[in-house]
Design a protein around this ligand. Structure first.
Ligand code: FE2
Ligand code: FE2
Length: 241
């Protein structure tokens, strides 16, 4: 085999996540939450988030929260309380800043099996451990919010509208910048929530494949379940501009 045959052909990168890691100078304002429980949780959580996350992660959380609230308003027919969306997205990356060892230890504590796929991509665990931590620290957080946090990386066969909004907001909040993100943003409000979510989930899978990253087996299970449920046909093509 010649060297040219054995060399790896160039593959376009699907840049799903932060491209520039740019933190906008002006962070979004935290709204007054009418729900007193939520207001109290947010007030306690914000300084903790600032400690737990780096500057980008903190900004990402605030922007995801704002975006999730906007999505809940735009998709009002889905019946998601914008305050639920805001709080869930604000807290969704609670454990995103943990180092590998701490993350694995926390995952073990809550009974997650450390399979080879998990060990190859341990960052997915932050959704599960973060959900458990948020419930522990803020016990009056509704289960629907805890579940949305847990579902924001790998997802689940039975995601409700709040789960989908958090998943999408995480991907399209304003600090994210890529062709796929722009495509998804343009479709907000023009396609139904299921369509938007499926396209976001598909984009995540394509990102993993194009970048030759490990895909957790649950991802394919979730994908198959979504498709077999009759999720909408796609007219979306991932490009790499
Ligand atoms: Fe996350
Ligand atoms: Fe996130």
């Amino acid at each position: 085999m010649s060297s040219s045959e054995s060399s790896t052909p160039p593959m376009p990168k699907l840049k799903m996540s932060k491209l520039t890691n740019t933190i906008p100078e002006q962070l979004p304002e935290v709204p007054d939450l009418e729900n007193p429980d939520y207001a109290a949780i947010a007030a306690r959580a914000l300084p903790l988030l600032k400690e737990r996350l780096d500057d980008y992660g903190y900004a990402h959380s605030l922007y995801a929260a704002q975006t999730a609230r906007d999505l809940a308003v735009i998709y009002a027919a889905e019946g998601v309380d914008p305050q639920d969306a805001y709080l869930a997205a604000l807290l969704h990356d609670w454990d995103r800043g943990l180092d590998r060892e701490t993350l694995l230890a926390e995952a073990t504590t809550i009974g997650i099996e450390l399979t080879p796929e998990v060990l190859a991509a341990p960052q997915i665990l932050h959704a599960h451990t973060g959900a458990a931590q948020v419930k522990h620290i803020f016990p009056n957080t509704p289960d629907s919010i805890i579940t949305a946090i847990r579902h924001h990386t790998v997802g689940d066969e039975d995601m409700d509208a709040l789960d989908k909004i958090i998943y999408i907001a995480d991907m399209i909040e304003p600090t994210r910048d890529s062709a796929i993100v722009h495509t998804l943003r343009e479709q907000v409000g023009t396609v139904d929530l299921n369509t938007l979510f499926l396209q976001a989930y598909q984009a995540t899978m394509l990102h993993l494949i194009h970048n030759r990253k490990v895909m957790h087996p649950r991802t394919t299970e979730v994908w198959n379940a979504l498709i077999m449920k009759g999720m909408p046909t796609l007219d979306y093509h991932a490009d790499n501009k």
